[in-house]
Ligand binder design. Structure first.
Ligand SMILES: Nc1ncnc2c1ncn2[C@@H]1O[C@H](COP(=O)(O)OP(=O)(O)OP(=O)(O)O)[C@@H](O)[C@H]1O
Ligand SMILES: [Mg+2]
Length: 168
C-alpha cells in the first residue's frame, strides 16, 4: 500500500505574558471533549503546567468548582471531574519505564478522558498519533513564551485556523 501523506496543521503564537497563556487556554477549552489528548511539550519552566492549570481551572469553573490543582510531578497523574468530563493531568518527567503508562491507566484514559500530558516524549511508542501538541518555548523576555500548536489530525484544523486568525 502506498504511504499516506499526513499533513501537519499548525499555528505559532507569541504569548506576551501569563494572561495571554490563560486566554489561549480559554480559547481551546470550548472544543475539548472526552478522548482528546493535549501533549504539552517544551523545556523546564516553559509554561506547560501554567497552561494546564489555567485550562483545568476554567473547565472546573464552568461547573461552579474551584479546586487546588497540584503538580503531578511526583504522583505522575492528577484527575479531576468537570460535569461528565473526566480530566487527567499527567507529568511524565519522572516516568521510569513506558510500561508504567498503562499501569497508571493513562492509555485507557486517552480514549475516555480529556488528557493533558507534560513531557510527552516519555510516551515513546505509546505516543498518541492524533493528539494536539502544544510545544512551548521560552521567549525574548521573562514573561514571554512562544507556542507551536499542531496536529496531523483534521479534527483540530478549525481550532488551529481560528488561533492563527486571532494572532494575525
Ligand atoms: N507567558 C507565560 N505563560 C506561562 N507561564 C509563564 C509566562 N510568563 C511567565 N510564566 C511563568 O513561568 C513559569 C512556568 O512554569 P511551569 O511550571 O508552567 O513550567 P513547566 O513547563 O510546567 O515546567 P516543568 O517542566 O518543570 O514541569 C511559571 O512560574 C509562570 O508563572
Ligand atoms: Mg510542569
Amino acid at each position: 500500500m502506498a504511504a499516506v501523506e499526513q499533513a501537519e496543521f499548525s499555528a505559532e503564537l507569541t504569548l506576551a505574558d501569563e494572561a495571554a497563556t490563560t486566554v489561549l487556554a480559554g480559547a481551546i477549552k470550548p472544543v475539548l471533549r472526552a478522548g482528546d489528548v493535549l501533549l504539552l511539550a517544551g523545556p523546564v519552566g516553559a509554561g506547560k503546567s501554567f497552561f494546564a492549570r489555567a485550562l483545568i481551572s476554567a473547565l472546573l469553573a464552568d461547573h461552579g468548582l474551584a479546586e487546588d490543582i497540584p503538580s503531578p510531578t511526583f504522583t505522575l497523574v492528577q484527575t479531576y471531574r468537570a460535569g461528565d468530563l473526566e480530566i487527567w493531568h499527567s507529568d511524565l518527567y519522572r516516568l521510569t519505564s513506558v510500561d508504567e503508562v498503562a499501569e497508571l491507566g493513562l492509555l485507557d484514559a486517552f480514549a475516555t478522558a480529556l488528557c493533558l500530558v507534560e513531557w510527552p516524549d516519555r510516551l515513546r511508542e505509546e505516543l498518541p498519533t492524533d493528539a494536539l501538541t502544544l510545544a512551548f518555548e521560552l521567549g525574548k523576555t521573562p514573561g514571554e513564551r512562544q507556542v507551536v500548536i499542531s496536529s496531523p489530525n483534521r479534527r483540530w484544523l478549525p481550532l488551529i485556523d481560528r488561533l492563527k486568525e486571532q494572532s494575525a
